[in-house]
Design a protein around this ligand. Sequence first.
Ligand SMILES: [Ca+2]
Ligand SMILES: [Ca+2]
Length: 186
Amino acid sequence: MAISLKKGGTFNLTKKEPALTKMMIGLGWEMKPGKNIDLDASVFLLGSNGKVPVEEYFVFYNNLKSPDGSVQHTGDNRTGAGDDDDEMILANLGIINPNIKDIVVTVSIHEAELRMHKFGLLQQAYIRIVDVDSKREILRYDLDAEFNDYTDVEFGRLRLEEDGWHFIASGIGSNIGLGGYVDMYA
Ligand SMILES: [Ca+2]
Ligand SMILES: [Ca+2]
């Protein structure tokens, strides 16, 4: 059974899943009935200075692959309809640029300000990591804290420590928009 993390929880992927290299990071969400919100998952691959080495290490719906080929976004989902993963990111730690120390996964509401959308319109949301080869779900983080007034969440991050890659269920809400994350990391 998959490990279920709470906000702030961490998991040592390298130690506990030594065979894992190719993973699918799945994000899913459901709206309250009658609501229609477009959520966008994005990934920032950061060097030790906390910035992307070049712009293309910001992977999102308009740039689906990082230059090293390690992170791939499978495409934009506009509605979140259905119980399966709504947006998926494929990550291959075996071919990642050795300068990358953090892989940050954010979810932001498309045109949140214009449409006056916030996470309070969501019924549930999760992030999970699946081993691509065995199809086994390794861990899962259901957004359990209160995010009602936020338009963006840093959902989780993979961080390279001295003893390998860790997953951190960061769950940090904000109202900076995707552009705010770009300002911070690019
Ligand atoms: Ca979307
Ligand atoms: Ca869904």
